[in-house]
Design a binder for this molecule. Structure first.
Ligand code: AMP
Ligand code: MG
Length: 428
């Protein structure tokens, strides 16, 4: 049986080929979208600055801008002849020992080389008696430095500078940068179409009544949709397929025609009513089946070739809700990020002390559910969920991390360190 890390590598290798050779059309088609919809999409072209930032010399403070060769020593008395506000610059000539009242973000007038913050003048004491329409004098209460408190033109960004490179997953901070450049439309890769299939005679779609006690709701499809919500993909929900080889084959065939990737849940074990592997084997090929992982051993990675030559990748997750979640987090989500052309987001791994003994048998890599907390002194502690069976949805809802235990681990004593992977949604 293949190990978790090895399977991750194999999937990554296959996808690299898929993206570059098998399917550049699906994965590398470029579309243009509005900036307000761009977060989470993957940039398809570089972005260069269309102008300098700041566009002119700006004041970094509320205070006064002084002409070149002005006195800047303590007690210097200087004449203020006007105002430069954000968006409304001062117009006029400024001589040595003259200046203007200036505000943060306002243009430093030509002929000025220094801004002195208001707090380093006697402005507070004289302001009540001032007539703003007349020139007035202020006195420095601290010596100032030539060139101080000015954000110089092009200091942060220079025109034509490379700002963002292709394959960048657009974050809120990228949107901020693009918006500051006035970018309205941006080129990103076309979202992949991902098909979701649930299988099982016991399943009922949400919204329908549970007609008898043997029925349960299809919780895996909404779970997968939530786990994949931040990816730039279009989801096709194929609903629930019955435990029947013909129905399963037909359902998958339809998805092959319409999707770039297919994700199914359940029906991949060795039960008499598990038809997924048979159907996939018939319609395409299984690259890997079963991984040394708990929960989620009967994981399938396969592929199909459409008549038009396009390769469609397939991930078959086991039906137990926790197996679905762990399989999706470990294999499917990183694979999809890779397929959409982005750097795969890092999984945060931390060390934490366990508050309870952890039981485990050697053999498979285990992902147990836990709740981690940071104590006042900064130490991380983790409490394993009381039950670790792969059907326990409530335990998952109460957890905020997975406790990762390597294949050869045979249990952990109270107070020992373990590796945890916090769920990314824990951080908002
Ligand atoms: P299977 O992989 O088909 O043997 O299913 C394993 C377990 O997962 C069974 O208890 C199923 O009832 C359950 N299960 C399968 N599919 C779903 C689903 N979509 N939502 C919730 N539970 C499921
Ligand atoms: Mg089943």
């Amino acid at each position: 049986m293949i190990g978790v890390d090895e399977l991750k590598n194999q999937i990554a290798k296959r996808i690299q080929d898929y993206v570059n050779h098998d399917n550049p059309m699906a994965t590398r088609t470029v579309i243009s979208i509005g900036l307000d919809k761009a977060v989470g999409h993957v940039l398809a072209s570089q972005v260069v600055a269309s102008f300098d930032v700041p566009r002119q010399n700006l004041s970094a403070m509320d205070g006064f801008a002084f002409g070149v060769r002005s006195r800047l020593d303590n007690n210097a008395r200087l004449e203020i002849i006007g105002e430069s506000c954000a968006g409304v610059p001062f117009v006029g000539q400024i001589l040595p020992n003259q200046g203007v009242r200036i505000f943060t973000g306002a243009v430093v007038p030509d002929g000025c080389d220094t801004v002195v913050m208001q707090e380093n003048t006697d402005f507070e004491t004289i302001k009540r008696t001032l007539d703003k329409h007349q020139a007035y004098h202020i006195t420095l209460t601290k010596p100032a430095k030539i060139g101080a408190n000015i954000r110089h033109q092009g200091e942060e960004i220079q025109q034509d500078e490379l700002l963002l490179s292709p394959n960048k997953r657009l974050t809120p901070s990228d949107i901020s940068l693009l918006a500051s450049m006035g970018v309205e439309q941006i080129k990103v890769f076309k979202p992949l179409v991902v098909g979701l299939i649930a299988t099982g005679d016991e399943l009922v779609a949400i919204g329908e009544p549970l007609a008898h006690l043997a029925q349960i709701y299809n919780s895996n499809t909404p779970t997968l949709k939530a786990l994949l919500a931040r990816l730039p993909i279009v989801l096709h929900d194929y609903g629930i397929i019955k435990d029947d080889l013909q129905a399963t084959t037909d359902g998958i065939k339809r998805a092959i025609d319409e999707c770039d990737v297919i994700i199914s849940s359940a029906g991949v074990s060795v039960g008499d009513y598990d038809f997924l592997t048979q159907a996939v084997d018939k319609l395409g090929k299984i690259n890997h089946y079963k991984v040394a992982m708990k929960p989620g051993k009967p994981f399938v990675f396969g592929e199909f070739k459409r008549t038009d030559g396009q390769v469609v990748l397939y991930f078959g997750l086991p039906g137990n809700p926790l197996s679905t979640v762990v399989g999706c987090l470990n294999f499917v989500r990183p694979a999809l990020w890779q397929m959409v052309g982005a750097d795969v987001p890092t999984t945060l791994r931390l060390n934490a002390k366990t508050t309870h003994t952890i039981h485990k048998n050697a053999g498979r890599k285990e992902y147990q559910r836990g709740f981690f907390e940071q104590k006042a002194d900064g130490e991380l502690v983790v409490t394993p969920a009381v039950a670790q069976d792969s059907h326990r949805i409530k335990q998952l809802a109460y957890a905020n991390c997975l406790i990762v235990l390597d294949e050869n681990n045979t249990g952990v004593a109270v107070g020992s360190e373990v590796v945890i992977e916090p769920f990314d949604w824990t951080f908002g």
